[in-house]
Design a protein around this ligand. Structure first.
Ligand code: NAP
Length: 244
């Protein structure tokens, strides 16, 4: 039977790459977005035109009520959600001493509380079904820490902690919880990096390249599949070797 995946923050970037790959691999795909309605609708149209099974639904992952409404709407269209990919995220570069309370709270609310909200909204059904895959998108900076991104690094480390703890709790219910920690990926999130910085990053990376959304999508597809049924609680870094 066709499985259903909910991908948060899927209007562009890594999320949109995952939408395309999962839709092409016979999943029903919920394209979650918050602000970029046009991007999400264009992506939905692109895939519907190929007779693929997708639906764009708005919800701000910070807001549990909106997340529950999205999950209820998804349920009406596709039935149970089998796979949740917590991908929605924001980044910010600032000196630690310049980070305001508002910056910090927003970082926590989108990147960590958002993961909590979306997981909470789908987990009860997964437990009842004794089946589910939760894939959290953290960052290599959550593993090794980034200068001028202390709040980002802290919440991405929180996502890693949540992954490991939840994997232990829901493993007996047949649910795998894993985490991908991407390195530098070519998306809008890095559009502020100039040519010089990008070239320096490439030089520091053993594989000598910047990642693409598809590199993360391919890994997520594997973690969503039963080929990875013995893998849970893992943090898999995909960064071209930058943080080895
Ligand atoms: P991106 O191109 O900036 O896309 C971010 C996505 O998150 C957008 O679709 C955005 O949707 C969504 N989003 C932001 N706030 C949201 C909210 N409150 N509710 C729902 N959706 C929200 O970034 P990306 O590079 O694809 O990043 C995807 C994930 O990978 C993030 O968690 C990021 O931290 C992580 N990551 C990225 C890199 C990298 O180098 N790019 C490296 C490591 C980790 P709207 O525009 O519709 O609001």
């Amino acid at each position: 039977m066709k499985k259903t995946v909910l991908i948060t923050g899927a209007s562009r970037g890594i999320g949109a790459s995952m939408v395309r790959l999962f839709a092409e691999n016979n999943y029903n795909v919920i394209i979650n977005y918050c602000n970029s309605k046009e991007d999400a609708q264009n992506l939905e149209k692109e895939l519907l035109d190929k007779d693929l099974s997708v639906k764009a639904i708005r919800a701000d992952v910070k807001d549990y009520t909106q997340v529950v409404s999205m999950v209820e709407e998804a349920h009406k269209i596709f039935g149970n959600i089998d796979v949740l990919i917590n991908n929605a995220g924001i980044a910010q570069q600032k000196l630690f001493t310049d980070i305001t309370d508002e910056d910090f709270d927003n970082m926590v609310n989108v990147n960590l509380k958002g993961v909590f909200n979306c997981t909470k909204a789908v987990l009860r059904d997964m437990i009842n079904n004794k089946y589910g895959k939760v894939i959290n998108i953290s960052s290599m900076w959550g593993v090794v820490g980034a200068s001028c991104e202390v709040h980002y690094s802290a919440v991405k480390a929180g996502v890693i902690g949540m992954t490991k703890a939840l994997a232990k709790e829901v493993g007996p219910s047949g649910i795998n919880v894993n985490c991908i920690a991407p390195g530098v990926i070519n998306t809008q999130m890095n559009s502020n990096l100039d040519e010089y910085t990008l070239n320096s990053l490439k030089e520091e990376t053993p594989l000598g390249i910047i990642g693409e959304g598809e590199d993360i999508a391919n890994l997520a597809l594997f973690l969503a599949s039963d080929k990875s049924k013995f893998i849970t609680g893992q943090i898999i870094t995909a960064d071209g070797g930058l943080t080895i």
